[in-house]
Ligand binder design. Structure first.
Ligand SMILES: Nc1nc2c(ncn2[C@@H]2O[C@H](COP(=O)(O)OP(=O)(O)OP(=O)(O)O)[C@@H](O)[C@H]2O)c(=O)[nH]1
Ligand SMILES: [Mg+2]
Length: 304
């Protein structure tokens, strides 16, 4: 009998949830940057382990909400966990040891998630990530401290970037999936609509290039996606920033920055879509994009 089910990956922003999702799937299905709050809505990736199909739900990081978009992201993250057959709480082990402001924030977020798990009465798998950046004896101390909270039934130590420990974790998740028919065709790894995936890839390149200059203040929308007769795709997108002063940052000197972003996004999109892509980027200022309904991705509740 085949098995199939859902596994939610939850955790603080930047824990490595999207990196792990891509690693488990074996393909890029969700974007990764060094910035916190990269993932904005639940993204599904489909992994296969023997006769088991695991539908991974990469969620937005759980953190202290400030804006409407934050609240919607957090609600979506917990929603992903509620509906799942297995929940992996991914913790950045390196951040547990650090004392930079970002590490302190991550520690508070981990506490928030533990409290949430306690309230929900749901057991999770603890996966300590980024072990490539931490000493073994320090890892054991973190693992013990977190395990004592009583919200986990097992612990894995992994590195989502190197892949260390990921196969064991995958086998464990597979064993938790219920018996049943597969939920996706066997060759499908992702389920984002092409327009949205294209916007996500451009957002990734935008963040990779400008993560210091543009904290949270940008989004990307695909405005046109045409299949051409010659087999190529013609894609038009608008990058929205919140302030007029940010437009020249995105454009760069002589348009160099937006050109770089467009080139990187186009290369990756061509590879993912498996055809030539013509990509046109526009930059627009909209102070209120984060408050507008149309910028909320799938699975985000505007009224949360
Ligand atoms: N050293 C190390 N870095 C990692 C590992 N896994 C992820 N990272 C890095 O951590 C950063 C955040 O990774 P993401 O996968 O985007 O993290 P996330 O949890 O999805 O973040 P949000 O979507 O913002 O909540 C990136 O710079 C990754 O390259 C790991 O195992 N080791
Ligand atoms: Mg992410």
């Amino acid at each position: 009998m085949s098995r199939a089910g859902f596994c939610a990956i939850i955790g603080a922003p930047n824990a490595g949830k999207s990196t792990l999702t891509n690693r488990l799937v074996g393909a890029k299905v969700t974007i990764v940057t060094q910035k916190v709050q990269t993932t904005r809505f639940p993204v599904r990736g489909v992994a296969i382990a023997g006769d088991t199909q695991i539908v991974l739900v990469d969620t937005p990081g759980i953190f202290q909400p400030r804006r409407r978009l934050d609240r919607a992201m957090i609600r979506a993250a917990w929603g992903g966990a509620e509906d799942a057959d297995a929940v992996v709480h991914l913790v950045d082990a390196a951040a547990q040891l650090g004392d930079k402001p970002a590490d302190k924030k991550a520690k508070v977020d981990v506490e928030t998630i533990i409290e949430g798990l306690k309230t929900s009465g749901r057991k999770a798998i603890l996966a300590l990530n980024k072990i490539d950046a931490v000493k073994r004896d320090e890892l054991l101390a973190i693992s013990q401290r977190l395990f004592e909270t009583g919200v986990y039934d097992e612990v894995f130590m992994i590195s989502a970037t190197t892949g260390s420990g990921v196969d064991d974790l995958k086998a464990r998740i597979a064993a938790l999936m219920p018996e049943g028919v597969w939920l996706y065709p066997e060759d499908q790894t992702a389920d984002l609509p092409a327009r949205l995936l294209a916007a996500e890839i451009t957002r990734e390149k935008l963040y990779l290039r400008l993560h210091e200059e543009l904290p949270y203040a940008a989004t990307v929308e695909t405005t046109k996606f045409e299949e051409k007769d010659d087999g190529s795709a013609r894609i038009e997108q608008t990058i929205y920033v919140e302030r007029e002063s940010q437009r020249p940052i995105v454009l760069g000197k002589g348009g160099q920055t937006v050109k770089w972003i467009g080139q990187k996004a186009r290369e990756e999109l061509s590879a993912i879509l498996d055809r030539p892509v013509h990509l046109f980027l526009h930059v627009q200022v909209d102070e209120k994009w984060a408050d507008k309904r149309e910028f909320y991705g799938p699975g985000l509740d505007y009224d949360a």
